[in-house]
Design a binder for this molecule. Structure first.
Ligand code: PBG
Length: 329
């Protein structure tokens, strides 16, 4: 066909490139993770996540207003639970006046239209740093799912629009859906962490919430009996299809960059929105390389976010959300 077809014609200048660009990033793409702590006037930088913070409720208000002004309309809440409130069953998670429940109300109060999603898992509440109840060294599946359902109802009561179970117990989406329906929360959605891999990229997040598995006898040292083996591909599709059958409104692949092959396959396979979580370790890697002057922070950030959307993400949970939106606005 050459020279009838010269592909470079569509690349000659920015005007033509932008005219034919397939993937455009906007504030609507993002879900912003937020870390909440007890206290007043607290804005603590997370050591392994430069320029990312934990906020006490008063400063969370300020942050949420700023996000809204930037056009960021969805948040995903995580709480750092004081050590003395943690136990094996995550009892504190069900406290109607717990930090998560207060955080939901705080966000809804300052910004009623902000979409509030909440993390549903035991690990921030677990004295062992696991996403489930432990008995004789085993993570109990069904007993954990029952607590996650109660937790979801408690978040819905506080005003959450969506619950986001990140635990990877079997059957928990159905258990949660039924509990929400029973309590009349028919419009509370579920974003399921459907294909969540046992990844070494979660390290900085576990620093942020002080939620890493503890090093104790008879406590599993990793999450490999519930999170997926990163060598597997078909399993991701199976997990995702099961979650949709059980009632998930949005499914998720996590982490992001190393798993974009999975994102594309799932996007091609399912007809519900697909979320991708660009996790803490991915954030930390770029921040560290940029700090050393080895990578151009903004250029690499945009390349990564665009790649995630190009792979099929309808929703991107990312610690870069604010940076990206400031850059493109
Ligand atoms: C907890 C949870 C984790 C993340 C989100 N929810 C950590 C884990 O599974 O150990 C990780 C997010 C990140 O690394 O940014 N269930």
């Amino acid at each position: 066909m050459y020279p009838l077809r010269r592909n470079r014609r569509l690349r000659t200048n920015e005007a033509i490139r932008s005219l034919v660009r397939e993937t455009i990033i906007t504030p609507n793409d993002f879900l912003v993770p937020l870390f909440v702590v007890e206290g007043k006037g607290v804005k603590e930088e997370i050591a392994s996540m430069p320029n990312y913070y934990r906020y006490s409720l008063d400063l969370l208000e300020k942050e949420v207003k700023e996000l809204w002004k930037l056009g960021l309309k969805s948040v995903l809440l995580f709480v750092k639970v004081p050590g003395n409130l943690k136990d094996n069953k995550g009892t504190e998670a069900l406290n109607p006046n717990g930090l998560m429940q207060r955080a939901i109300k705080t966000v809804k109060n300052v910004c009623p239209d902000m979409l509030v999603m909440t993390d549903v898992a035991l690990d921030p509440y677990s004295s062992y740093g696991h996403d489930g109840i432990i008995e004789n060294g085993i993570i109990l599946n069904d007993e954990t799912a029952d607590i996650l359902a109660e937790m979801s109802v408690s978040h819905a009561k506080a005003g959450a629009n969506f619950v986001a179970p990140s635990d990877m117990m079997d059957g928990r989406i159905l258990t949660i859906r039924e509990a929400l329906e029973d309590e009349g929360f028919i419009d509370t959605g579920i974003m399921s962490y459907s294909a969540k891999y046992a990844s070494a990229f979660y390290g900085p997040f576990r620093d942020a919430l002080d939620s890493a598995p503890v090093n104790m006898k008879n406590i599993p040292k990793d999450k490999k009996t519930y999170q997926m083996d990163y060598a597997n591909r078909f399993e991701a599709i199976r997990e995702t299809e099961m979650d949709i059958d059980e009632g998930a409104d949005i499914v998720m692949v996590k982490p992001g960059l190393c798993y974009l092959d999975i994102v594309r396959e799932i996007k091609n396979e399912v007809d519900v929105p697909v979320a991708v979580y660009q996790v803490s370790g991915e954030y930390a890697m770029l921040k560290a390389a940029a700090e050393k002057g080895w990578l151009d922070h903004d250029a690499v950030m945009m390349e990564q976010i665009t790649a995630i959307k190009r792979a099929g993400a309808d929703v991107i949970a990312s610690y870069f959300a604010k940076d990206v939106v400031k850059l493109i606005s």
